[in-house]
Design a protein around this ligand. Structure first.
Ligand SMILES: [Zn+2]
Length: 516
């Protein structure tokens, strides 16, 4: 089978005529997917079922057909196939200077060669990059793909099927926005990861944490005053968040260990804990420190026993110090830490993973923010507005975070806004691109033996790295809008639309979008 893949989103993307000849029956199905916008999903599912029946659906064979909700499809190909991308300027994820007029050879799922000289590969499918920029697929270091509606509906009205069906759309749009890997920081995403890995759902590589782990009245305790379980007299009851596996409320070392080990048992690639108060929750003031040292150290030890690490939601020096004492590796948000604490994180090899919109003046317009917390959050945002610059000054490794959460149309707009706003707070497109690629890839590799994608590096363009690539019009080092960055947030178009300047999206050597 030839290496070919096509994407037919609404309005239609490009395709490869060679594939049409060699896969006529597939192409007939493609046409059914393409013909009407409103029937795209039904048709895609119909095609899926047809192929499942006629070919004997097998996840690991060479011709798995995977329709997405937008009509994205991929024909998985034999490993030895090669693709040669010529005539591109390569941003490799690490260096500020692009490798001009380069050629990149992909073999199977990995990058085989990057060269300024012509590469000889007689059987390769050649893609002329037309002088565009080739960059690594982007990585989101902190998202909640299963918390895909506002907290109210998720807590009161939804069950696992609601959030799971939403997640299928969420994941496909992540990929179509150019994200080829996502670290999920809390939510029941294990089944979703399995569905992606087996080709049943279209989406980026997913690193699930399982339900985040929080203490009573911590950042993950979503019970309302009227709920059973709010009082100590009936503490056995769960919030819907907990019931669905979005979070776990635990107290004491045995409960903390049990929640950690259950997540690991279910396939967590890292563990997420709530190490302090938050902005979007009602009963844990943002200045609070959460979990005792005993509890945190026990969780870190249990994660280490599985070869992986712990990520912590945190904002303050006091919380970060305690977390560092126990060996926590990634510090989410962390806006209010001092330079001294930043230096300690840098010295101990930690990462800070902040969604910078959290200290944007536009934050007050976020519908997820409880009204009562807005003045305080605004004041803190103003006070710590140099946070990004201070992280760089103190050599802290920083990873991109959208903190994707809530109604997915809102979260998607926040993600694109984050790309732009970050370039303002770190004063450099290059810095943000590094956070989106090589530094994020390095962080994901800390999952060690729990990393499901360990054949190659992520976030870089070099021999041996995964072929997770974007081909974009223009130069993102100078113009962040070419990868979707925008200064519009809640005033942006509510409807998700493809980013036209991202012309080609490749994940693991397979093409999911091609409008060349
Ligand atoms: Zn989060």
């Amino acid at each position: 089978m030839c290496r070919c893949a096509r994407i037919f989103a609404r309005g239609g993307y490009g395709n490869d005529s060679r594939c049409e000849e060699s896969h006529r029956s597939d192409y007939e199905i493609d046409k059914r997917i393409k013909h009407e916008d409103t029937k795209a999903l039904t048709a895609a599912l119909f095609a899926f079922v047809t192929l499942s029946n006629s070919q004997g659906f097998a996840y690991d064979n060479a011709s798995v057909f995977t329709p997405g909700l937008l009509g994205a499809e991929i024909l998985h190909e034999e490993k030895q196939d090669q693709i040669l991308i010529t005539n591109v300027h390569v941003f490799d994820g690490k260096n500020k200077e692009r490798i001009m007029d380069a050629n990149v050879l992909i073999e199977g799922t990995l990058i085989k060669e990057v060269s300024k000289k012509p590469i000889k590969a007689v059987n390769a499918t050649v893609i002329d990059g037309g002088g565009r920029t080739l960059m690594p697929g982007m990585i989101d270091g902190h998202a909640h793909v299963m918390i895909n509606d506002d907290f109210g509906p998720v807590e009161r009205d939804m069950d696992l099927t609601d959030i799971s069906y939403n997640a299928v759309i969420v994941m496909e749009r992540f990929l179509m926005d150019g994200f080829t890997a996502v670290r999920d920081m809390g939510g029941p995403a294990f089944g979703l990861a399995r569905a992606i890995n087996s080709g049943r759902v279209v989406g980026p590589r997913l690193y699930p944490s399982g339900g985040f782990i929080s203490q009573t009245s911590g950042h993950g305790d979503f019970r309302d005053r009227a709920d059973p379980g709010f009082s100590i007299h009936d503490a056995g009851d769960l919030s819907n968040f907990e019931r669905m596996g979005i979070g776990n409320v635990v107290d004491g070392v045995p409960e903390a260990l049990k929640a950690t080990r259950l997540n690991l048992r279910n396939g967590a690639t890292q563990i997420k804990i709530m190490g302090g108060g938050g902005g979007s929750s009602r009963f844990d003031p943002i200045d609070t420190t959460q979990f005792s040292k005993d509890e945190i150290c026990a969780i870190v030890e249990a994660a280490k026993d599985w070869g992986t690490y712990v990520a912590a939601h945190t904002f303050t020096d006091r919380a970060v110090d305690r977390l560092l004492d126990c060996g926590v590796k990634t510090f989410e948000h962390s806006f209010f830490i001092s330079e001294e604490t930043m230096q300690r994180i840098a010295k101990e090899g930690g990462y800070v993973v902040p969604q910078m919109w959290g200290i944007s003046p536009d934050l007050a317009r976020n519908p997820l923010m409880p009204k009562a917390k807005i003045p305080m959050v605004k004041a803190l945002g103003e006070k710590f507005k140099d946070f990004g610059r201070n992280l760089l000054k103190n050599n802290v490794k920083v990873v991109f975070a959208s903190d994707y959460v809530g109604k997915f149309e809102d979260a998607e707009r926040a993600r694109r806004y984050e790309l732009w706003w970050r370039t303002q707070t770190f004063d450099s497109n290059f810095e943000v691109l590094k956070q989106l690629t090589s530094t994020a890839g390095e962080m994901l590799a800390m999952s060690g033996p729990r990393n499901p994608y360990s054949e190659g590096k992520l976030g870089v363009i070099e021999p041996g790295a995964y072929a997770d690539l974007l081909l974009v019009d223009g130069n993102p080092l100078e113009d962040i809008s070419v990868i979707g960055g925008t200064d519009k947030w809640f005033d942006a178009e509510p409807e998700w639309k493809p980013i036209e300047t991202i012309r080609l999206i490749m994940l693991s050597g397979a093409i999911y979008k091609n409008t060349l």
